[in-house]
Design a protein around this ligand. Structure first.
Ligand SMILES: N[C@@H](CCC(=O)N[C@@H](CS)C(=O)NCC(=O)O)C(=O)O
Length: 217
C-alpha cells in the first residue's frame, strides 16, 4: 500500500521548512506545500492542530508530525538522504545539532525580542532596544558566526559532503542556512561576510545548489 500524500504546513518563507521541501523534491515525493499566514497559524494552534504549538507540521494521513528536525529525519529516511550506517547517522545528527545552535543565535535578531514569541499568546516577549539590537548584530558578525562557521568548515574538511561522498539531510540544512545568509533572508543584521573565510563551505554550498536546482527543473 502506498503512503498518503504528505501535507507540509509552514509560513511562506524558507525558514525551518525549506530543507524539508528540498528533500521531498529530491526524493520525488509528491507533497502539498501548504503555506499559511501568522493568523492562520494561530488559528491552527487554537484548534489543537499543532502537536507542539508551532510550525512546521507534516501530515501523513491521520498522523501529524511536529519539530522540523524530526520531520526532516523522517523524510530523509524515506528518500535515502539519511545515512543507514549508525556512525554516519550520528555524524549527520551532530551537524544538524550544529545548525540548531547557529539558528539559536539568530532568534533575537529575527524577533527583535529576547524571548521570541509567547507560546500562549504569540505576542513578542521582552523587546530589545536599538542599542541592544546593534550590539547583538555586531557580536554576531564579528565573533559568534565566523567562529561557528569555521567549526563547520573544519568538520567538512576536504570531503564533498559532511557524511562523505553522498548528499544527506545535514548538507541540505547547512546549505539552507548558508543560502539564507548570502541572500539576506536568514537573518537581518547579519552580513554574508561571516562566511568570507570559509571557502570550502562556499564551494560546498555551490555543489549542493547544483543538486537542488536539478530537482527544481
Ligand atoms: N524546534 C521547533 C521550532 C519551531 C518554531 O519555532 N516555529 C516557529 C516558526 S519558525 C513558530 O511556529 N512560530 C510561531 C509562534 O510561535 O507563534 C522546530 O524545529 O520545529
Amino acid at each position: 500500500m502506498t503512503d498518503p500524500r504528505p501535507k507540509l504546513t509552514y509560513f511562506d518563507y524558507p525558514g525551518l521548512a525549506e530543507s524539508i521541501r528540498i528533500t521531498l523534491r529530491l526524493g520525488k515525493i509528491d507533497f502539498e506545500d501548504n503555506r499559511v499566514s501568522q493568523s492562520e497559524m494561530e488559528q491552527l494552534r487554537l484548534d489543537g492542530s499543532l502537536p507542539t504549538g508551532q510550525l512546521p507540521i507534516l501530515e501523513i494521513g491521520e498522523i501529524r508530525l511536529s519539530q522540523s528536525e524530526a520531520i526532516l529525519r523522517w523524510v530523509g529516511n524515506k528518500t535515502g538522504h539519511y545515512p543507514k550506517d549508525e556512525l554516519l547517522a550520528v555524524r549527520c545528527d551532530m551537524i544538524l545539532g550544529a545548525v540548531v545552535d547557529i539558528r539559536k543565535y539568530f532568534a533575537p535578531q529575527w524577533y527583535g525580542h529576547a524571548l521570541g514569541r509567547s507560546p500562549v499568546t504569540s505576542q513578542l516577549l521582552v523587546a530589545l532596544n536599538s542599542d541592544q539590537k546593534t550590539e547583538i548584530s555586531n557580536k554576531l558578525n564579528s565573533e559568534v558566526l565566523p567562529e561557528l562557521f569555521t567549526r563547520l568548515e573544519n568538520l567538512l574538511g576536504d570531503e564533498p559532503y559532511f557524511c562523505g561522498s553522498e548528499l544527506m539531510i545535514c548538507d541540505i540544512e547547512v546549505y539552507c542556512v548558508i543560502t539564507g545568509l548570502l541572500d539576506g533572508t536568514s537573518c537581518k543584521g547579519v552580513s554574508p561576510s561571516v562566511l568570507d573565510h570559509c571557502s570550502k563551505l562556499l564551494d560546498f554550498a555551490d555543489r549542493v545548489r547544483e543538486m537542488v536546482l536539478i530537482c527544481k527543473m
